[in-house]
Design a protein around this ligand. Structure first.
Ligand SMILES: [Zn+2]
Length: 306
């Protein structure tokens, strides 16, 4: 039995996961933002509570997916701007508490692993999450690929617009600056007048909702953003030709409205566009969804070992 911990800005979720990928129990606690000690204590509390719901005889491993920079080798959560911990030796702490192996991974990679294990029998796989930024992870030959220094596959930071909008990473024109939900909200704000939405508060759903009502300006903004998403996905197909790319993030709840035009664009534009016999990549919506972080974290150790 493995325990997966999904650390988010709002909550720390712990789950007990069996060897077939079933989550047997979950418990979540609010994420403290006042330093290492209260953070470690909150992780321990989440684990203790979930073990009360579903007692386990032997814990094989604990995995933690956390935002920011992680040191996999030493099991340390190095740094996260939005949670405020620094150099948390979480392996040492939890190893002593629970007497098992402890693994750490970046949260996007850990969610990618979760979707990978939920995707069935695949070897090459990519997961994209559209949110405040564009994140994701890549699995090659069954293994999470993180580059030679551990920070590879920053998929949001491939450039899709030369001299384009400045990105948080310092470069201009990154995919993230056009395909994140933040970008969608920027496009919506820029079109506020033609959208005829008065001073309505804008969210990622605004143009999707307006488009459903037949608002032509909203359809235009929505389709422009979906094209930006599809351009980056086509680039990923061209680089990896994975068996599957899964598109996650809360916006993926838009379902076919989002998925179908992306499939259509990629199908027409990827390198093998004219060669149906060698096309591989399927583009799909998440299977594990909100549980991807817990599931992936629980399987970090398994992915390293198997
Ligand atoms: Zn960037």
């Amino acid at each position: 039995m493995n325990i997966g911990i999904d650390v988010g800005g709002m909550s720390i979720k712990a789950g007990i996961v069996d060897n077939s990928g079933n989550i047997l129990a979950k418990y979540s606690v609010p994420t403290p933002r006042d330093g290492n000690e209260s953070f470690s204590a909150a992780v321990k509390k989440a684990i203790d509570e979930v073990l009360k719901i579903h007692p386990v005889e032997k814990i094989s491993s604990i995995g933690i997916g956390a935002p920011g920079i992680v040191d996999r080798e030493n099991g340390v959560l190095v740094y996260s701007t939005n949670i405020g911990y620094k150099n948390v030796p979480i392996r040492e702490f939890l190893g002593k508490e629970y007497g098992c192996e402890v693994y750490v991974e970046n949260d996007a990679n850990s969610a990618a692993l979760g979707e990978f294990y939920a995707s069935g029998d695949k070897k090459n796989f990519a997961f994209i999450t559209l949110g405040t930024g564009v994140g994701g992870g890549v699995i090659l030959n069954g293994k999470l690929y993180t580059g030679s220094n551990g920070v590879g596959c920053e998929l949001g930071h491939i450039v899709t617009h030369a001299r384009g909008t400045k990105c948080g990473c310092g470069r201009s024109g990154c995919w993230e600056a056009y395909a994140s939900v933040t970008a969608l909200m920027r496009f919506t704000e820029e079109a506020r007048e033609s959208l005829n939405i008065g001073d309505e508060k804008i969210s990622g759903k605004t143009v999707f909702d307006e488009a459903r009502k037949g608002n032509a300006a909203a359809i235009e903004v929505r389709d422009r953003w979906i094209e930006e998403v599809a351009i980056g996905i086509t680039n990923i197909v061209n680089i990896f030709q994975p068996e599957e790319i899964v598109i996650g993030g809360a916006i993926s709840k838009e379902g076919d409205t989002l998925l179908l035009p992306i499939r259509e664009y990629v199908d027409a534009n990827e390198y093998c566009a004219k060669h149906n016999d060698i096309k591989i990549t399927k583009i799909n919506l998440p299977r594990a969804g909100d549980s991807a972080g817990i599931l992936g974290a629980a399987y970090i150790g398994r992915n390293i070992k198997e």
